[in-house]
Design a binder for this molecule. Sequence first.
Ligand SMILES: [Zn+2]
Ligand SMILES: [Zn+2]
Length: 346
Amino acid sequence: MSKEIKAWAATSSQKIEASTITRRAPDDQDVAIDIKFAGICHSDIHTVRSEWKEIEYPLVVGHEIAGVVSAVGKNVSKFKVGDRVGVGCMVNSCRKCDNCKDGEEQYCADMVETYNAKDPKDGTITQGGYSQYVVVDQAFVLNIPESLPLDKAAPLLCAGITVFSPLNHWKAGPGKRVGVIGLGGLGHVGVKIAKALGAEVTVFSQTDSKKELAMQFGADAYVATGDPKAFDGLDRKFDIILNTVSAKIPLDKYLSSLRRDGSLVQVGAPSDPLQITPFSLLPQRIGIHGTLIGGIAETQKMLDFCAKKQIFPEIEVVSASYINEAYDRVVKSQVKFRFVIDVSTM
Ligand SMILES: [Zn+2]
Ligand SMILES: [Zn+2]
Protein backbone atom coordinates (compact mmCIF):
# COMPACT_ATOMS: atom_id res chain seq x y z
CA MET A 1 0.00 0.00 0.00
CA SER A 2 1.19 3.51 -0.74
CA LYS A 3 1.48 5.62 2.36
CA GLU A 4 0.95 9.29 3.17
CA ILE A 5 3.59 10.52 5.58
CA LYS A 6 4.89 13.68 7.21
CA ALA A 7 7.84 15.40 5.60
CA TRP A 8 9.56 18.78 5.67
CA ALA A 9 9.62 20.17 2.15
CA ALA A 10 11.24 23.15 0.48
CA THR A 11 8.31 25.24 -0.71
CA SER A 12 10.56 27.99 -2.05
CA SER A 13 14.29 28.67 -2.21
CA GLN A 14 14.13 30.22 1.25
CA LYS A 15 11.75 28.02 3.20
CA ILE A 16 11.47 24.43 4.43
CA GLU A 17 8.13 23.67 6.08
CA ALA A 18 5.92 20.88 7.40
CA SER A 19 4.18 19.01 4.62
CA THR A 20 2.96 15.56 3.60
CA ILE A 21 4.08 13.31 0.75
CA THR A 22 3.01 9.91 -0.56
CA ARG A 23 5.47 7.03 -0.81
CA ARG A 24 4.86 4.20 -3.25
CA ALA A 25 3.97 0.72 -2.03
CA PRO A 26 7.10 -1.44 -1.74
CA ASP A 27 7.56 -3.77 -4.73
CA ASP A 28 9.11 -7.24 -4.45
CA GLN A 29 12.67 -5.81 -4.32
CA ASP A 30 11.95 -2.88 -2.01
CA VAL A 31 12.73 -2.20 1.61
CA ALA A 32 10.36 0.11 3.55
CA ILE A 33 12.21 2.14 6.15
CA ASP A 34 10.95 4.14 9.15
CA ILE A 35 13.40 7.04 9.19
CA LYS A 36 14.83 7.96 12.59
CA PHE A 37 17.49 10.54 11.65
CA ALA A 38 18.34 12.58 8.56
CA GLY A 39 21.58 14.51 8.16
CA ILE A 40 21.72 18.01 6.69
CA CYS A 41 24.26 18.21 3.87
CA HIS A 42 25.45 21.40 2.18
CA SER A 43 24.23 19.84 -1.11
CA ASP A 44 20.68 19.96 0.30
CA ILE A 45 21.06 23.70 0.73
CA HIS A 46 22.53 24.26 -2.76
CA THR A 47 19.61 22.26 -4.20
CA VAL A 48 16.86 23.97 -2.18
CA ARG A 49 18.24 27.40 -3.03
CA SER A 50 18.42 26.49 -6.76
CA GLU A 51 22.13 27.30 -6.68
CA TRP A 52 23.11 24.38 -8.91
CA LYS A 53 20.05 24.40 -11.16
CA GLU A 54 16.45 25.58 -11.03
CA ILE A 55 14.25 23.08 -9.20
CA GLU A 56 10.52 22.46 -8.94
CA TYR A 57 8.94 23.12 -5.55
CA PRO A 58 7.87 21.54 -3.32
CA LEU A 59 10.83 19.19 -2.87
CA VAL A 60 11.91 17.08 0.10
CA VAL A 61 15.72 16.88 0.29
CA GLY A 62 18.03 14.82 2.52
CA HIS A 63 20.43 12.04 1.50
CA GLU A 64 21.86 10.97 4.84
CA ILE A 65 19.11 8.65 6.02
CA ALA A 66 19.26 6.30 9.02
CA GLY A 67 16.33 4.21 10.20
CA VAL A 68 14.78 0.83 10.85
CA VAL A 69 13.20 -1.59 8.36
CA SER A 70 9.40 -1.74 8.74
CA ALA A 71 8.54 -4.02 5.79
CA VAL A 72 10.26 -5.89 2.96
CA GLY A 73 9.19 -7.07 -0.50
CA LYS A 74 8.94 -10.81 -1.11
CA ASN A 75 12.26 -11.04 -2.99
CA VAL A 76 14.24 -9.14 -0.40
CA SER A 77 16.95 -11.37 1.01
CA LYS A 78 19.43 -8.85 2.42
CA PHE A 79 17.16 -7.27 5.06
CA LYS A 80 14.38 -8.12 7.50
CA VAL A 81 11.94 -6.12 9.61
CA GLY A 82 13.72 -4.46 12.54
CA ASP A 83 17.15 -4.18 10.86
CA ARG A 84 19.04 -0.90 11.28
CA VAL A 85 19.67 0.52 7.83
CA GLY A 86 20.85 3.57 5.93
CA VAL A 87 20.34 5.20 2.55
CA GLY A 88 22.79 7.66 1.06
CA CYS A 89 22.88 9.81 -2.07
CA MET A 90 21.54 7.28 -4.60
CA VAL A 91 18.54 4.93 -4.77
CA ASN A 92 19.02 3.19 -8.11
CA SER A 93 21.23 2.81 -11.21
CA CYS A 94 21.15 0.87 -14.50
CA ARG A 95 22.90 -2.26 -13.01
CA LYS A 96 24.26 -3.14 -16.48
CA CYS A 97 27.00 -0.65 -17.42
CA ASP A 98 30.71 -1.12 -16.65
CA ASN A 99 30.49 1.27 -13.70
CA CYS A 100 27.61 -0.68 -12.16
CA LYS A 101 29.31 -4.04 -12.80
CA ASP A 102 32.45 -2.69 -11.11
CA GLY A 103 30.46 -1.61 -8.04
CA GLU A 104 30.95 2.07 -8.90
CA GLU A 105 27.25 2.83 -9.25
CA GLN A 106 27.86 6.47 -8.36
CA TYR A 107 29.43 6.96 -11.79
CA CYS A 108 26.57 5.25 -13.71
CA ALA A 109 25.03 7.60 -16.30
CA ASP A 110 21.60 6.48 -15.09
CA MET A 111 22.32 6.73 -11.37
CA VAL A 112 19.17 7.92 -9.56
CA GLU A 113 19.73 10.45 -6.82
CA THR A 114 17.84 10.15 -3.55
CA TYR A 115 15.99 13.40 -4.21
CA ASN A 116 15.13 15.55 -7.22
CA ALA A 117 15.61 12.72 -9.76
CA LYS A 118 13.17 10.67 -11.81
CA ASP A 119 12.41 7.38 -10.08
CA PRO A 120 12.49 4.63 -12.75
CA LYS A 121 10.11 2.52 -10.64
CA ASP A 122 7.12 4.88 -10.87
CA GLY A 123 8.19 7.94 -12.85
CA THR A 124 7.79 10.34 -9.93
CA ILE A 125 10.44 12.76 -8.68
CA THR A 126 12.40 11.20 -5.82
CA GLN A 127 11.85 12.80 -2.40
CA GLY A 128 14.58 12.65 0.23
CA GLY A 129 15.12 11.93 3.87
CA TYR A 130 13.55 14.88 5.71
CA SER A 131 10.55 12.58 6.13
CA GLN A 132 9.18 9.78 8.29
CA TYR A 133 9.42 6.91 5.85
CA VAL A 134 11.03 5.91 2.56
CA VAL A 135 10.85 2.95 0.15
CA VAL A 136 14.15 1.96 -1.51
CA ASP A 137 15.33 -0.99 -3.61
CA GLN A 138 17.33 -3.42 -1.46
CA ALA A 139 20.41 -3.01 -3.69
CA PHE A 140 20.76 0.60 -2.47
CA VAL A 141 20.11 0.02 1.23
CA LEU A 142 23.06 -0.22 3.64
CA ASN A 143 23.33 -2.17 6.85
CA ILE A 144 24.17 -0.02 9.90
CA PRO A 145 26.10 -2.16 12.42
CA GLU A 146 24.76 -2.34 16.00
CA SER A 147 27.74 -0.43 17.42
CA LEU A 148 27.11 2.61 15.22
CA PRO A 149 24.49 4.95 16.78
CA LEU A 150 21.84 5.83 14.15
CA ASP A 151 22.13 9.61 14.64
CA LYS A 152 25.89 9.56 14.15
CA ALA A 153 25.64 7.07 11.27
CA ALA A 154 23.50 9.46 9.20
CA PRO A 155 26.27 11.88 8.10
CA LEU A 156 28.53 8.95 7.21
CA LEU A 157 26.17 8.16 4.31
CA CYS A 158 27.26 11.24 2.39
CA ALA A 159 30.08 13.08 4.20
CA GLY A 160 31.68 9.83 5.41
CA ILE A 161 31.76 8.01 2.09
CA THR A 162 32.82 11.19 0.26
CA VAL A 163 36.11 11.21 2.17
CA PHE A 164 36.46 7.45 2.66
CA SER A 165 36.28 6.63 -1.05
CA PRO A 166 39.39 8.61 -2.15
CA LEU A 167 41.33 7.47 0.94
CA ASN A 168 40.40 3.87 0.10
CA HIS A 169 41.06 4.25 -3.64
CA TRP A 170 44.50 5.83 -3.19
CA LYS A 171 45.31 3.41 -0.36
CA ALA A 172 45.79 5.67 2.65
CA GLY A 173 47.32 3.53 5.39
CA PRO A 174 50.47 2.91 7.42
CA GLY A 175 53.50 4.63 5.88
CA LYS A 176 51.34 7.07 3.90
CA ARG A 177 51.08 10.78 4.60
CA VAL A 178 47.68 12.38 4.09
CA GLY A 179 46.89 16.09 4.05
CA VAL A 180 43.34 17.31 4.61
CA ILE A 181 42.49 20.86 3.49
CA GLY A 182 39.64 22.30 5.56
CA LEU A 183 38.27 21.09 8.89
CA GLY A 184 34.52 21.30 8.31
CA GLY A 185 31.76 18.74 7.83
CA LEU A 186 33.80 16.70 5.35
CA GLY A 187 37.31 17.47 6.60
CA HIS A 188 36.79 16.45 10.22
CA VAL A 189 35.52 13.00 9.16
CA GLY A 190 38.42 12.75 6.70
CA VAL A 191 40.93 13.31 9.50
CA LYS A 192 39.33 10.66 11.72
CA ILE A 193 39.11 8.08 8.94
CA ALA A 194 42.62 8.71 7.56
CA LYS A 195 44.06 8.36 11.06
CA ALA A 196 42.10 5.16 11.73
CA LEU A 197 43.39 3.74 8.43
CA GLY A 198 46.90 4.17 9.86
CA ALA A 199 48.10 7.18 7.85
CA GLU A 200 50.00 10.17 9.21
CA VAL A 201 47.57 13.09 8.96
CA THR A 202 48.18 16.83 8.55
CA VAL A 203 45.35 19.37 8.62
CA PHE A 204 45.54 22.58 6.56
CA SER A 205 43.34 25.43 7.73
CA GLN A 206 43.56 29.19 7.28
CA THR A 207 44.20 30.13 10.90
CA ASP A 208 45.26 28.43 14.11
CA SER A 209 41.68 28.51 15.45
CA LYS A 210 40.91 24.85 14.71
CA LYS A 211 44.25 23.42 15.80
CA GLU A 212 43.10 22.01 19.13
CA LEU A 213 40.10 20.28 17.55
CA ALA A 214 42.21 18.88 14.71
CA MET A 215 44.60 17.32 17.22
CA GLN A 216 41.64 15.92 19.21
CA PHE A 217 40.37 14.26 16.03
CA GLY A 218 43.73 12.55 15.60
CA ALA A 219 45.77 14.88 13.38
CA ASP A 220 49.55 14.49 13.72
CA ALA A 221 50.30 18.00 12.46
CA TYR A 222 48.49 21.24 11.71
CA VAL A 223 49.39 23.95 9.22
CA ALA A 224 47.85 27.43 9.43
CA THR A 225 48.03 28.39 5.77
CA GLY A 226 47.68 32.12 6.44
CA ASP A 227 51.24 32.09 7.79
CA PRO A 228 53.62 33.09 4.93
CA LYS A 229 56.04 30.36 6.05
CA ALA A 230 53.30 27.70 6.26
CA PHE A 231 54.66 25.51 3.49
CA ASP A 232 58.33 25.70 4.52
CA GLY A 233 59.65 22.17 4.93
CA LEU A 234 56.61 20.52 3.32
CA ASP A 235 58.17 19.95 -0.12
CA ARG A 236 57.43 16.46 -1.52
CA LYS A 237 55.98 15.25 1.75
CA PHE A 238 52.45 13.96 1.09
CA ASP A 239 51.03 10.98 -0.79
CA ILE A 240 47.43 12.19 -0.85
CA ILE A 241 45.89 15.59 -0.21
CA LEU A 242 42.12 15.81 0.12
CA ASN A 243 40.70 19.21 -0.71
CA THR A 244 37.39 19.48 1.14
CA VAL A 245 37.08 23.24 0.71
CA SER A 246 34.28 24.42 -1.56
CA ALA A 247 35.81 27.86 -2.14
CA LYS A 248 38.47 28.61 -4.72
CA ILE A 249 41.91 28.44 -3.08
CA PRO A 250 45.42 28.56 -4.64
CA LEU A 251 46.59 24.98 -5.15
CA ASP A 252 50.18 25.24 -6.41
CA LYS A 253 51.76 25.05 -2.97
CA TYR A 254 49.75 21.92 -2.17
CA LEU A 255 50.79 20.32 -5.45
CA SER A 256 54.45 21.04 -4.68
CA SER A 257 54.05 19.35 -1.32
CA LEU A 258 53.05 16.03 -2.94
CA ARG A 259 55.55 13.22 -3.45
CA ARG A 260 56.12 11.44 -6.75
CA ASP A 261 52.81 10.06 -8.06
CA GLY A 262 50.97 11.91 -5.33
CA SER A 263 47.32 12.86 -5.77
CA LEU A 264 45.40 15.97 -4.94
CA VAL A 265 41.77 14.91 -4.73
CA GLN A 266 38.92 17.41 -4.97
CA VAL A 267 35.88 16.44 -2.93
CA GLY A 268 34.71 19.99 -2.33
CA ALA A 269 33.16 21.59 -5.40
CA PRO A 270 33.87 25.31 -5.82
CA SER A 271 31.90 26.79 -8.71
CA ASP A 272 34.85 28.92 -9.85
CA PRO A 273 37.54 27.32 -12.06
CA LEU A 274 40.63 26.08 -10.23
CA GLN A 275 43.92 27.76 -11.02
CA ILE A 276 47.08 25.67 -11.25
CA THR A 277 50.49 26.10 -12.78
CA PRO A 278 51.25 22.98 -14.85
CA PHE A 279 54.85 23.07 -13.68
CA SER A 280 53.70 22.11 -10.21
CA LEU A 281 52.49 18.78 -11.72
CA LEU A 282 55.31 17.80 -14.09
CA PRO A 283 58.40 17.23 -11.94
CA GLN A 284 56.84 14.51 -9.79
CA ARG A 285 54.08 13.06 -12.02
CA ILE A 286 51.43 14.63 -9.78
CA GLY A 287 47.74 13.96 -10.41
CA ILE A 288 44.67 16.07 -9.75
CA HIS A 289 41.50 14.03 -9.32
CA GLY A 290 37.90 14.45 -8.34
CA THR A 291 35.73 11.79 -6.73
CA LEU A 292 32.00 11.54 -6.04
CA ILE A 293 30.72 9.67 -2.97
CA GLY A 294 31.43 5.90 -3.36
CA GLY A 295 29.79 2.71 -4.59
CA ILE A 296 27.36 0.68 -2.49
CA ALA A 297 29.89 -2.02 -1.55
CA GLU A 298 32.44 0.65 -0.65
CA THR A 299 29.85 2.50 1.43
CA GLN A 300 29.13 -0.70 3.36
CA LYS A 301 32.87 -1.19 3.86
CA MET A 302 33.08 2.37 5.25
CA LEU A 303 30.17 1.82 7.68
CA ASP A 304 31.68 -1.46 8.90
CA PHE A 305 35.09 0.22 9.30
CA CYS A 306 33.67 3.18 11.25
CA ALA A 307 31.69 0.79 13.49
CA LYS A 308 34.76 -1.33 14.17
CA LYS A 309 37.04 1.66 14.83
CA GLN A 310 34.25 3.59 16.62
CA ILE A 311 34.68 6.63 14.40
CA PHE A 312 31.78 9.04 14.52
CA PRO A 313 31.13 12.43 12.96
CA GLU A 314 30.64 15.30 15.42
CA ILE A 315 26.93 16.12 15.27
CA GLU A 316 24.31 18.50 16.61
CA VAL A 317 20.87 16.85 16.69
CA VAL A 318 18.06 19.32 15.93
CA SER A 319 14.28 19.24 15.64
CA ALA A 320 12.58 19.59 12.25
CA SER A 321 11.40 23.11 13.07
CA TYR A 322 15.05 24.18 13.31
CA ILE A 323 15.96 23.24 9.70
CA ASN A 324 15.80 26.79 8.30
CA GLU A 325 18.02 28.14 11.07
CA ALA A 326 20.38 25.19 10.65
CA TYR A 327 20.74 26.04 6.95
CA ASP A 328 21.73 29.62 7.78
CA ARG A 329 24.30 28.35 10.27
CA VAL A 330 25.78 25.85 7.76
CA VAL A 331 26.18 28.64 5.19
CA LYS A 332 27.93 30.79 7.81
CA SER A 333 30.12 27.80 8.86
CA GLN A 334 28.67 28.01 12.37
CA VAL A 335 28.22 24.28 12.91
CA LYS A 336 30.36 21.74 14.71
CA PHE A 337 30.27 19.77 12.47
CA ARG A 338 27.08 18.27 10.98
CA PHE A 339 23.42 18.86 11.77
CA VAL A 340 21.19 15.80 12.08
CA ILE A 341 17.39 16.07 12.17
CA ASP A 342 15.57 13.98 14.78
CA VAL A 343 12.70 12.72 12.64
CA SER A 344 10.53 11.97 15.71
CA THR A 345 10.07 15.77 16.00
CA MET A 346 8.15 15.90 12.70
ZN1 LIG B 1 25.59 15.23 0.71
ZN1 LIG C 1 25.01 1.70 -14.70
